[in-house]
Design a protein around this ligand. Structure first.
Ligand code: HEC
Length: 179
């Protein structure tokens, strides 16, 4: 009897395992490619915004970042950023990202990019974002009062301050089409 049960469970479980098996290094490369335009465009927009001074840069970032993020997606990949400490609540992590985000927070010695099967058609990709010296103007521990005021105006629930260079700030993510 137990044999029949075992056989049934093998038959039931196996197809799922098979579909979940992916070539991880292939998908890590696809993921890195997919988030590259978003990284570049955000960086370009940020550098340009900061030239206007940090307060104006917060406003510019507020106006530009969501559009840049949306525009960086493609037919084969949706991309974005999320964090455990959010500034914009609409960047909140989707369900599949939460354990990966948690994983980076609890195992700081394992910060390599990750891929996971989301469903038959989609693979999820994440890679960590670290704070750089230029980021402390708006995410650091000693933000200028006028900058902080503008941040509070635009993001009343802001939780994205108190970081230092080198800190884990969040993740870039991609949802990659398998077809
Ligand atoms: C001029 C101020 C400013 C600077 C400098 C800045 N940011 Fe931000 N950051 C913002 C604003 C404003 C948002 C919210 C954008 C939005 O509305 O989507 C944000 C959002 C983010 C997010 C998305 C998650 C969230 O909290 O909503 C990440 C990740 C992030 N910043 C990382 C960085 C990193 C890394 C740097 C340095 C390379 C940096 N930021 C520099 C103002 C700034």
């Amino acid at each position: 009897m137990w044999r029949a049960a075992l056989l049934a469970s093998v038959i039931l479980v196996f197809p799922a395992c098979d579909k979940d098996r992916i070539n991880e290094s292939y998908w890590r490369e696809r993921g890195a490619e997919a988030v590259m335009p978003l990284k570049k465009n955000l960086k370009r927009a940020l550098v340009k915004a900061v030239e206007q001074g940090p307060v104006e840069a917060v406003t510019a970032c507020h106006a530009v970042a969501p559009a840049v993020t949306k525009g960086a997606g493609s037919r084969v990949a949706r991309v974005g950023r999320t964090s455990h400490k959010l500034r914009n609540p609409s960047n909140a992590p989707k369900l599949w990202m939460q354990p990966l985000l948690q994983g980076y927070l609890t195992a700081p010695d394992q910060m390599e990019p990750r891929v996971v099967v989301l469903d038959d058609d989609t693979v999820g990709y994440v890679e960590p974002i670290y704070l750089q010296p230029m980021c402390v103007t708006c995410h650091g521990t000693a933000i200028a009062p006028d900058v902080l005021e503008r941040i509070d105006e635009l993001y009343p629930a802001d939780d994205a301050t108190g970081f230092e260079p080198g800190h884990f700030r969040g993740i870039f993510w991609a949802e990659l089409s398998r077809n």
